[in-house]
Design a protein around this ligand. Structure first.
Ligand SMILES: NC(=O)c1ccc[n+]([C@@H]2O[C@H](COP(=O)([O-])OP(=O)(O)OC[C@H]3O[C@@H](n4cnc5c(N)ncnc54)[C@H](OP(=O)(O)O)[C@@H]3O)[C@@H](O)[C@H]2O)c1
Length: 215
């Protein structure tokens, strides 16, 4: 069994979610409130390690009223246990699970275990199918996937994403190196991911699109 996964992201009109080395504010205040309200409905929030290294996010519910106990578990996909021990996601505001692979340095994993729960899945990169299976057995029945581009691709490739919410901010970023909604090695043109549109909503200057994923 695997948790239900909703991929939520904000992108510019030209499909970018960040520059190559920094985050940026793409959607407006009311979209951020929507995202924090959504976080309340999920057991876990998942991101890739680069998002932690670049943005140092809290991954808590802090744009709306919320008790500490209502924060979802923060899940970080980090094969080599590169996460800095002073990252905000390792603070006491919520539970955190870091998923590493068996190639991670043993001493780093031991230090990390003093701060959070650590799961070992896969030999090189994290085996995402196995990881989701383990998360489900730990009681994480639903996950809000919040990027970045590389993890988004792998999660699609492994057919682990059930639903997509993408908020298009009224901005254009351009740039060869900027991150797009989904990067990675890409799919063959005959093998791309198909979506079924469910809802189109205008939120101030942004447009929210909701899709089911068709595999
Ligand atoms: N606009 C938005 O909504 C939004 C949301 C989130 C993030 N972002 C932006 O996205 C950018 C980061 O994206 P990113 O693509 O560089 O990195 P990412 O997706 O956050 O993290 C990718 C890393 O995850 C690790 N990983 C472990 N197992 C994996 C697997 N099976 N498949 C894929 N990755 C795996 C890999 O590092 P190891 O091999 O070391 O484990 C990989 O390099 C940041 O700039 C951030 O601001 C934007």
């Amino acid at each position: 069994m695997k948790p239900y996964v909703l991929l939520n992201s904000a992108m510019t009109v030209d499909g970018k979610i960040a520059t190559n080395n920094s985050s940026m504010k793409i959607s407006g205040k009311n979209d951020l409130i929507r995202v924090h309200t959504l976080r309340k409905e999920y057991d876990g929030i998942m991101v890739g390690i680069n998002t932690v290294l670049i943005d140092n996010p809290k991954l808590t519910i802090h744009k709306i009223n919320c008790k500490k106990s209502e924060n979802p578990t923060r899940i970080i996909v980090d094969s080599s246990a590169r996460i800095p021990l002073d990252s905000k996601v390792l603070n006491d505001d919520a539970k955190t699970i870091v998923i590493v692979s068996s190639k991670a340095n043993k001493a780093s994993v031991e230090l990390l275990k003093e701060k959070c729960n650590v799961i070992i899945c896969g030999s090189k990169q994290v085996n995402l199918k196995l990881a989701l299976d383990k998360l489900y057995s730990l009681g994480i029945k639903s996950i809000l996937l919040e990027g970045g581009s590389t993890l988004n691709f792998s999660m699609f490739k492994e057919k682990l994403i059930d639903e997509v919410s993408i908020c298009i901010g009224s901005k254009i970023l351009g740039g060869y190196d900027s991150k797009t909604f989904v990067d990675g090695e890409g799919f063959d043109k005959n093998d791309c991911i198909n979506l079924k549109i469910k809802k189109v909503e205008k939120i101030d200057d942004d447009i929210l699109l909701k899709y089911d994923v068709i595999y």
